[in-house]
Design a protein around this ligand. Sequence first.
Ligand SMILES: [Zn+2]
Length: 381
Amino acid sequence: MKMRSFTAGISLMLLFFIFIPAVHADSGKTYEVGANNLNVRTAPSHSAQVIGQLNDGDRVVVFQKAFGWVQTYYGGQEAWVASQFLYPANGQSNANSGSATVSNSTPEKITVTATEVRIRTGPGTNHDIIGYTSNGDTYNLVKSTNNWNKVVLGDGSSGWIAGWLTDHSNGNSPAPKNDTNNSNSTSNNDTEPKSSNPANGSLEGYNIVLDPGHGGKDPGAIGIGGVFEKNVIMNTVDNVARELRAAGATVILTRDNDYFLSLEERVDLSNAYNTHAFISLHYNAYPILGINGFSTHFYAGGKNRQLATDIQSGLRQNTSLYSRGIMQSDYHVLRENSDLAVLVELGFITNPNDLATARTNAYQNNAADGIVQGLLNYFNE
Ligand SMILES: [Zn+2]
């Protein structure tokens, strides 16, 4: 993303969805949210900090748009949301203030008793993850259902936390099961030492879908000097595809040129093949120059997390950029994918060193090697 000067001048403390001034004509247009749990972030980037969520029917006033993101205000702070789930608001009839109304009279508290505990949209592990919490965090309890606690989150919205990972005044006794693991008792695999010579393996017989992010009318992030993510990534993908084929894999590209492809089409493509792994490739952006490094993202845990781990360590061993680690992220191409799927952010095109490095053949070859090594490790362990 091009370094935008954050115009601190705009100090309209718009508590959106509570006081949507429908006729602030000069402030911008009002949009209505058409999805639940739409993340609100500090910057127009999937890696920016999440500071809240919007739900179906919530309204936002948009002040500027930038490549798939719109800027609004959240609790008086500049905030960004992905524009694809926003629709121009027509009538002002049902300005649903949903999440802002969760204030209670005598809130009962719960305290989280484990690390990396998931916050979900509903009472059960089948519900989507909307955040994390940890040991010692306390929340106001709205209600408890089947040993799940509905709590008020920092932004006033609500979420559900497993009752056995919390303590509260009513003294629910903790159960042994732990939502921080990937429920299917495969956790041994996470701690088992890796085989030491997997790189001798082959990817013969494996179908790998490579998904170069963005394209066509969607340039992705915009980096220093106005460079487009969609273009930087295409060069990298060519290298990765070549290396994968050299290792024996069958490679399917979701796009092989500069054209637009929806997220749904990318997932459909992956699901249409007998795909052994789907890898979406991106470069990242952030409005702070110093932010740098590569990261690998997964949505569902288990094997997806393991593949992310393997690819991240393959990249770490083969490239010189800073390793930001693996992250659980709610990306459409991962969430909706029925195949093994990860998304790799290969560096920040808003960071001078990352961008200069990302443009070199050496980095693109090394990154390709790292991804191949990660896949070999994953499939041959
Ligand atoms: Zn991207």
